[in-house]
Design a protein around this ligand. Sequence first.
Ligand code: ZN
Length: 299
Amino acid sequence: MKKYVLLIILILAASCSKVQLPEQDTGKPEIVTTLFPYYEFAKEIGKERINVYQILPEGADPHSWEPNPSSMVRLYGSDLFIFNGAELEPWAKSVLEEYEGNVIDASSLAELHEHGGHEEETEVHEEVHGFDPHIWLDFHTDLKIIDRITHELSEISPENKDYFLENAQAYKNKLTGLEEKYRSELADCRHKEFIVAGHSAFGYMADEYGLEQVALSGISTNSEPSPKKIAEVINLLKEKQIKYIIYERLSNPKIAEVLAEETGGNALVMDPAPTGGKGSFINIMEDNLEMLKTALECS
Ligand SMILES: [Zn+2]
């Protein structure tokens, strides 16, 4: 039965002229990732000696996106598939049953945080008991994922092992430097709470640096903020004299702007970075740090 599903996908892909099929075999290891951070990690480790493809399109919502036939063909033809897991890409499970390459489930390398707590009183939060899937926002997890990618690439292409190790180390040094910058620059701030007028994507970052994320919506982008939650946040903004409200780059800034108007503050943008499209992961995370420092009024 499963074989037929794959066959049908392949036929559909081949028969539709608009579908882009992968190019000729280049002899290089072919890596497919879902999220942008994993694309960047693989790219930085393998550079020109591998081909890396991010199948999640720029601007897509990783909570709800599903691959089309051409990305399926790409995926099934690859040597290594890197996905996030932790309930972010439920479709990946069925892919794995047929997939013959090496696999990295990034969430298996993370200390997953259970999601729950803040939204429990509100009505529609079926994902309350799930895990927070935004694991790439924890640099320690990223370092583990990078080591694992290096290991898998070295298995696929042993002649390049030293090259991969060297590149991985150089990139890890950059990430470690950035982690230290987060730690020192977020150490002395007026506020601990930062308000996200969106879904709660920044939980790992908050926990790592002793901050508190107050998000209007739940862990998934599917949930809408309740009027009760909005009222709570407005009270918190006033009580703590918080001036800045964060919205996510790919979401509508409207709620953040309305809240900012209500409290005489400003809306700031942060990027949870799953799809890329605006600089490197490192640059995005540097920008996020600047925004967070402004929001928290760090000295
Ligand atoms: Zn998310």
